[in-house]
Design a binder for this molecule. Structure first.
Ligand code: UD1
Ligand code: MG
Length: 455
């Protein structure tokens, strides 16, 4: 099948009013990726070689977003929404390029899996002209019903056009179908709008193809795969299903999740075997974790790369560009951004490392801050291999600490420190014997005099 060409036509012109959003419905994200981008991924995994995105509402925003998640997609604007067949025909120019298969998909059905699409394409390979993806929703109300006879799909009846008997059918149209490219335009052009809604229904091509004596069949997908999103409650439901699938996949690939239901993945999280993830961890987009790492509880990671056997958290925040090498450690209440923490280096407590390199084996004391920003520009801090930064130090960038450099705690370091040097950047300590007692007595007598005067 991989040799056959396939155009995926993704319908996404609808307004999605029930989302109550300024943003087009299909741009709302699941696992950090617009739902329509999930649909694109599924289409590509099912072998789509061309992508046509039919847009309407929020066309400009959609076009811009599509450049990111589907740069190769052609976009077609459906100016007025006259029904699903009319929407598919908005992509006439792409369809007429002569693809073997046309896969019609909905932009608001993000959990569709490549397997269900491939199964429908397989039916085309076996000679069907149309293969409709069906499913059995717990409540079929509102869906088009699939009417079968002798292994053939003879019609799809929309709820509003159903007889009482037809309403009892539980096998429904999930919305997606595969159509043989050589028949697609002819069938679509025959669709009329003589129905309860006065719309051009894509589903009518089933009867039209049947009347031409063509082979029309239905395949069956899991209900979850065909879940359509219309409001934010359904969006959260789809997110939940997506997360549950991803957690299971991670665990089966050798990742320990102690409380899986509290760990959130992004669409692109990569995580190696023998990594342990404690409860309540958030992986934002762009996280890559090698094998054998430990991510302690309540850590928040985005755009971070974590090396083998390294340790993060608890309560760590790794922001984009955080790059932890083998056996590095970033501990509690630490934030790392756009910085490399080299092999075996430790950033253990209450620290901010931004725009920096922490050399291999260096130790960053509690409360260290890289002062990387002057309100206008960002500057770099370079900390050499094996350096020791005493607690509560501020490293004012641009600045470098040489290999094996030693910074006295409480220092404000504004000038670079050579290899193996010791730097103090704080006022020298003065100790006055007996002065503490003297002060205490003086303050006590002042307070006593004040109390007496008030009586
Ligand atoms: C459609 C199916 C129905 C199926 C159901 C599954 C038709 C006629 N009916 O009904 O059999 O059970 O999906 O969810 O196909 N769209 C456009 N332009 C239009 C009309 C629709 O782009 O002019 C897009 C919508 O944005 C949406 C998709 O097509 O992504 C489906 O349209 P919708 O109105 O939701 O169809 P349903 O009535 O749900
Ligand atoms: Mg719908």
């Amino acid at each position: 099948m991989s040799q056959t060409s396939c155009l995926s036509v993704i319908l996404a012109a609808g307004e999605g009013t029930r989302m109550k959003s300024a943003m087009p419905k299909v741009l709302h994200a699941i696992a950090g990726l617009p739902m329509v981008a999930h649909v694109v991924k599924a289409a590509e995994a099912a072998g789509a070689t061309g992508l046509a995105l039919v847009i309407g509402h929020g066309a400009e925003e959609m076009r811009k977003a599509a450049q990111k998640f589907a740069p190769k997609a052609e976009t077609f604007v459906q100016e007025v929404r006259l029904g699903t067949a009319h929407a598919v025909l908005a992509a006439r120019e792409a369809i007429s390029k002569g693809y073997d298969d046309i896969l019609v998909m909905f932009g608001d059905t993000p959990l569709i899996d490549a397997g269900a699409l491939a199964a429908a394409r397989q039916k085309l390979a076996e000679g069907a002209a149309v293969a409709v993806i069906g499913f059995r929703p717990p409540n079929p109300t509102g869906y088009g019903r699939l009417i079968e006879k002798g292994g053939q799909l003879v019609a799809i009846r929309e709820e509003k056009d159903c007889s009482e008997a037809e309403k009892k059918i539980g096998f429904c149209n999930a919305g997606m179908m595969a159509v043989a490219g050589k028949h697609a335009l002819r069938l679509l052009d025959k669709v009329g709008n003589d129905n309860a809604k006065g719309e051009f229904y894509l589903t009518d091509i089933v009867e039209i193809a049947g009347a031409e004596g063509l082979d029309v069949v239905a395949t069956e997908a899991e209900f979850e795969n065909a879940l359509g999103i219309n409001n934010r409650a359904e969006l959260a439901e789809a997110e939940g299903i997506w997360q549950a699938r991803r957690r299971r996949e991670a665990m089966l690939a050798g990742v320990t999740l102690i409380a899986p239901e509290t760990v959130y993945f992004s669409h692109d999280t990569e995580i190696g075997a023998d990594t342990i993830v404690e409860p309540n961890v958030w992986f934002g987009p762009g996280v890559k974790i090698a094998t054998g790492a430990t991510i302690h509880a309540f850590s928040h990671l985005t755009g971070a790369t974590i090396g083998e056997n390294s340790e993060v958290g608890p309560f760590a925040r790794l922001r984009p560009g955080a790059d932890l090498r083998k056996r590095a450690k970033v501990g509690n209440f630490c934030e790392v951004k756009q910085s490399t923490v080299e092999e075996g280096a430790k950033v253990n407590h209450l620290t901010y490392i931004g725009d920096a390199r922490v050399g291999a084996g260096a130790n960053i004391g509690a409360g260290t801050i890289t002062c990387n920003y002057d309100g206008y520009s960002k500057f770099f801090t370079d900390i050499g291999e094996g350096a020791f930064i005493g607690s509560n130090s501020s490293l004012v960038a641009p600045v470098s600490i040489g290999k094996g450099g030693y910074i006295a705690s409480g220092s404000v370091i504004t000038e670079s420190v050579p290899d193996d040097a010791l730097a103090f950047g704080r006022a020298r300590q003065k100790t006055l014997p007996g002065k503490g007692k003297e002060l205490r007595e003086r303050f006590a007598s002042v307070a006593a005099a004040r109390k007496k005067a008030a009586e």
